[in-house]
Design a protein around this ligand. Sequence first.
Ligand SMILES: [Zn+2]
Length: 241
Amino acid sequence: MRSIMGSLFLVLLSLSCAWAQAPPLSPPLLKVVIDPGHGGKDKGVSSAQGTMEKDLALALARELREEARAMGGFQVRLTREEDETFPWIRRKDASHGADIWVSIHFNSDFVGKARGPRVFFPSGWTLEGVKGAKSSRSNASDVRAILEDMVATKKANESLLLAEHLQRVLESVWSMGSRPSTEAQLMGLMDLEIPSVLVEVGFLSNPSDLKLVQDSAKRKAIVKAILRGLRAFSLDPRRQQ
Ligand SMILES: [Zn+2]
């Protein structure tokens, strides 16, 4: 009896040592497409001083990729590397094999008072819309259609989840009151087969926002916040695996 207990103790000890020696769990690799908005002839919006959205978006996208490399756990692909004009289909091609899509834009308004980040997710992918389409289908044996519904539902849920995470982390940089992410008609993003969001990082028409997004230290804080949001999204148990 004593020898059996001794053996059991040794087994338990070796198991506990195995646990102790196991490397810490690393977060799953997240393959992210960063799409710097506009480019080339398409300048996007501009500040009163002439700072162009297309240039800031590309600068921030590059900084995001660099910081993501340093942080680890991300594989980042940019849809454009230069200041160039090209058709949407070329941007869309970058989404193949990726997990999520993040478009980077900057905002503007006529009055110049609006400020702060806004994160949008595509409308038309809502769970309610998908459920409605499913219940109206007469041929329930259409497996392909049901599978497509499942993919659309996952895409809708994860786009909303991603938008919520990014809105929350970006608010922390601005120290503004928390606002919800927003559903919007986002042409192009509707065609994508992966969860996608559009981030309007700040308002170029607002002097405080403009100063903030032109400040390299503040921009680094924005980049780190976005990566924190992406990491939180990738680990969120509400994601459908
Ligand atoms: Zn834009």
